[in-house]
Design a binder for this molecule. Structure first.
Ligand code: SF4
Length: 343
């Protein structure tokens, strides 16, 4: 049976092709054609001999596949729907903003973390996405050549599929791959070890910790993973690795009206982050069917931002994107579909 080529790192391709009687630079050429030039037809890799192309064709298929549907928002963001071979759904969101072209990727179909403010959690967990399913989200969208930022903030917990997170970062950042700078990639996590520890040690990409409450007992009700992985310990680890790796470490805080947007929450958050050089990204909760949570008053967002900034905790409010197509933070998996992609 033929193997997928898409989603293999240069080392993995070299390990396979290196066994063949072909020039040493063939693996490098293959990855450049595939990832940099977006070519999925071996016969067109013209700087590789005909014999080698035929060998490649007999061992591999590229493993690329088209998105199922897409929805375009009035703000320019685009929600892409994909399916695994068994029909499990997963999604990616394209977010253009000036010269910044960001792709928000999924790492799992569904999620097993069970965060209460997240629509994806209601889907349950189907499975980890494979390497070719992760990389194909970038490979197959119409804006592929524009993408210069990646955020792992779609479906799933990245540290729960750490091996594929790590291998996909290799492909996204390497010269043989998509050559996106580490500083332009952010991985979001609720804080799951040992994946998080490995990521802090081995990667140079940015990290965003989903905090959502500065009180342990409340965070446990919002994010069940807190019962096992205390955010206070996670923050200590993150602080020490920030200095070593010179990467951006941030905290994401979704304000939920009447739940975690009080002055007591703000005071505790300031105490927790004062002097840490950790940035804060505030997000207004996006309501979805079946959730009793509500959006906070806009005044609460600005109060949090102003107060934190006054304590030199650099804080911004994340602009909601793609609300009309269900692509905003925490809404993936809401199941609305667009028309099928035309051939
Ligand atoms: S917020 Fe992230 S980790 Fe939590 S359930 Fe949603 S996708 Fe999973």
């Amino acid at each position: 049976m033929k193997d997928h080529l898409l989603g293999k790192t240069l080392d993995e391709i070299t390990a396979i092709i290196g066994e063949w009687d072909v020039p040493k630079d063939v693996p490098w050429k293959v990855t450049r054609w595939l990832y940099r030039r977006g070519l999925s037809d071996f016969s067109k890799m013209i700087d590789i001999s005909k014999e080698t192309r035929s060998l490649l064709d007999s061992h591999f298929h590229t493993g690329t596949f088209p998105y199922v549907n897409r929805l375009v928002s009035h703000d320019g963001s685009i929600r892409y729907f994909f399916e695994t071979s068994e029909g499990f759904p997963f999604e990616a969101v394209y977010l253009p903003e000036g010269r910044r072209h960001t792709l928000c990727l999924s790492i799992q179909s569904g999620c097993r973390m069970g965060c209460r403010f997240c629509r994806t959690a209601r889907m349950g967990f189907n499975r980890n996405l494979s390497m070719h399913e992760i990389v194909n989200q970038l490979y197959s969208i119409d804006e592929r050549k524009l993408i210069n930022h990646i955020v792992f903030m779609g479906m799933g917990e990245p540290m729960d599929n750490y091996e594929n997170l790590s291998r996909s970062l290799d492909i996204f950042t390497s010269d043989y791959g998509f050559a996106i700078a580490h500083r332009n990639i952010t991985v979001s996590t609720v804080g799951v070890s040992p994946g998080l520890q490995n990521f802090l040690r081995d990667s140079r990409s940015n990290l965003a910790l989903s905090l959502h409450s500065p009180f342990e007992d409340q965070r446990q009700t919002l994010i069940p993973a807190e019962k096992i992985y205390s955010f206070r310990n996670l923050l200590e680890d993150m602080k020490s690795f920030r200095e070593v790796k010179r990467r951006r470490i941030s905290v994401q805080y979704t304000l939920i009206g009447g739940v975690n947007d009080s002055d007591e929450h703000l005071a505790e958050l300031m105490k927790l982050l004062d002097g840490t050089h950790i940035k804060v990204n505030l997000i207004a909760f996006n309501p979805f069917e079946g959730s009793s949570f509500v959006t906070p008053e806009p005044e609460r967002l600005t109060r949090f931002m102003d107060a934190l900034n006054s304590r030199t905790v650099h804080t911004t409010i994340r602009k909601a994107r793609g609300e009309d197509i269900g692509a905003a933070c925490g809404l993936l998996g809401s199941g609305c579909r667009a028309t099928k992609k035309s051939a």
